[in-house]
Write a protein that binds this ligand. Structure first.
Ligand SMILES: NC(=O)C1=CN([C@@H]2O[C@H](COP(=O)(O)OP(=O)(O)OC[C@H]3O[C@@H](n4cnc5c(N)ncnc54)[C@H](O)[C@@H]3O)[C@@H](O)[C@H]2O)C=CC1
Ligand SMILES: O=C(O)CCC(=O)C(=O)O
Length: 420
């Protein structure tokens, strides 16, 4: 990394996303008015959430819900509980949801929520009170035809169940279609818990095909062992690949002969923590630079940057996490001929099956797991092909191609509504 590169790197996920949106719109022939509208969410609500803790004190949490666009349909996107949540991050995440829904052709705009908190340090009941209070705080702007939340980092099906229950009480009717990623007993869809990872696995298979790499025996490294990362490791192991390293927020595990994924899956906790149980861990930094064929960042933002982009040895990177690679690192990886499948395509399996869940809730008719997986496979393969072919035809990287595919329909809907 040169001195110039170090000072040039933009780690603000909102402004760096805006730069790609601008480039994509320009390439599609749109002018500054369209960019002015799409560069920020239409609406961002900040809420202060008082929660009574188990020791009877009151803590006030800050939360956000950003709705990037409702030009195509209701907003859609997860809710994150994490100490590092910021308003700009939530805004960027909502823009990524719009692009993601555009690529998969789902009838949604993007939304995202976040609460600044650390659920790992809260009791079960404190998490429940926070989840319910957050829904009360945002209840006026969300709903089955306005904005449909879902799980994200450190929220899960139990949190969705509390949120659905709270929303149903406020509105005085049962509203399973208010939120997705619910437990099956409350109207959740079969296959939603594994869908993000299943979509990533399909992208890995397609990327390996175009790169001429055989999955059988390939070496896979996964950063993050929560919902996305742990099931992905399982699917790669089942596909005959060798998962040589995994990590969580506390460290990383490495074995060049392949890790015992089934045992790790059984031993991880609900926040995706597992490395604390073992000695001889390597660092997350070392993990990203391991000699491997496929690297899957499945944790948080800004992991592949100017600091390490030249040291990455993987031939394929599929982003399960949102925003793990900076735009500058994307450029370097592309120059180094590393195939990078961006987040807005790579992890879209989650929102695709969330859409299936919402459709099933609206119809009151539930699909089999095979039906869910078949439809997911169809949409993922089509999305991959569209983005890959766009990248090839225009000689651009997969991220820019994905943004072009993703914003095209949104811009068209905005024009048809007469907003721009
Ligand atoms: N859950 C879902 O359906 C979807 C998740 N995603 C994205 O996938 C990523 C992971 O989400 P989930 O698996 O749901 O979250 P999770 O909370 O289930 O797991 C997160 C994992 O990342 C690890 N982690 C956190 N900070 C880390 C750090 N600094 N270094 C290394 N590991 C770290 C955690 O220890 C945990 O293993 C996020 O970027 C999320 O937005 C994207 C689409 C859908
Ligand atoms: O399932 C959903 O609706 C959204 C999942 C999500 O937050 C994401 O794709 O980043």
């Amino acid at each position: 990394m040169s001195q110039n590169e170090s000072t040039a790197e933009n780690l603000n996920v909102l402004t760096s996303t805006q730069a790609v949106i601008k480039e994509a719109l320009t390439k599609l022939g749109y002018g500054s008015e369209m960019y002015e509208l799409l560069k920020e969410p239409l609406r961002t609500l900040t809420v202060r959430i008082p929660v009574r803790m188990d020791d009877d004190t009151v803590r006030v949490f800050t939360g956000y819900r950003a709705q990037h666009s409702d030009a195509i349909g209701p907003a859609k996107g997860g809710i994150r509980f994490h100490p590092d949540v910021t308003e700009d991050e939530v805004k960027a995440l909502s823009i990524w949801m719009s692009v993601k829904c555009g690529i998969a052709n789902l009838p949604y705009g993007g939304g995202k929520g976040g609460v600044i908190c650390d659920p790992r340090e809260m009791s079960f009941r404190e998490q429940e009170r926070l989840a319910r209070a957050y829904v009360r705080a945002i209840s006026q702007i969300v709903g089955p035809t306005k904005d449909i939340p879902a799980p994200d980092v450190m929220t899960n099906s139990q949190v969705m169940a509390w949120m659905m229950d709270e929303y149903s009480r406020i509105k005085e009717f049962d509203s399973p279609n208010f939120i997705t990623g619910k437990p099956i007993a409350l109207g959740g869809s079969l296959g939603r818990d594994t869908s993000t990872a299943r979509g990533v696995a399909i992208c890995i298979r397609e990327a390996a095909r175009v790169k001429g790499i055989s999955l059988e025996g390939s070496r896979v490294v996964v950063q993050g062992f929560g919902n996305a990362g742990s099931y992905l490791a399982k699917f790669m192991h089942e596909a005959g690949a060798k998962v040589i390293a995994i990590s969580d927020a506390y460290g990383a595990l490495y074995d060049e002969n392949g890790l015992d994924i089934h045992s790790l899956l059984e031993r991880r906790d609900s926040f995706g923590t597992v490395t604390k149980l073992f000695k001889n861990t390597i660092s997350n930094k070392e993990l990203l630079e391991l000699d491997c064929d496929i690297l899957v960042p499945a944790a948080i933002e800004n992991q592949i940057t100017l600091e390490n982009a030249y040291d990455i040895k993987a031939k394929i990177i599929v982003e399960a996490a949102n925003g793990p690679t900076t735009m500058e690192a994307t450029r370097i990886l592309s120059e180094r001929d590393i195939l990078l499948v961006p987040d807005v395509l790579g992890n879209s399996g989650g929102v695709i099956v969330s859409y299936f869940e919402w459709v099933q809730n609206n119809q009151g008719y539930y699909w089999t797991e095979v039906e869910v997986e078949t439809r997911l496979e169809e949409l993922m393969v089509r999305s991959f092909e569209t983005v890959y072919n766009t990248a090839q035809a225009r000689n651009i990287d997969m991220r820019l191609a994905a943004y072009m595919v993703g914003v095209r329909r949104l811009a068209e809907a905005v024009e048809l509504r007469g907003w721009v």
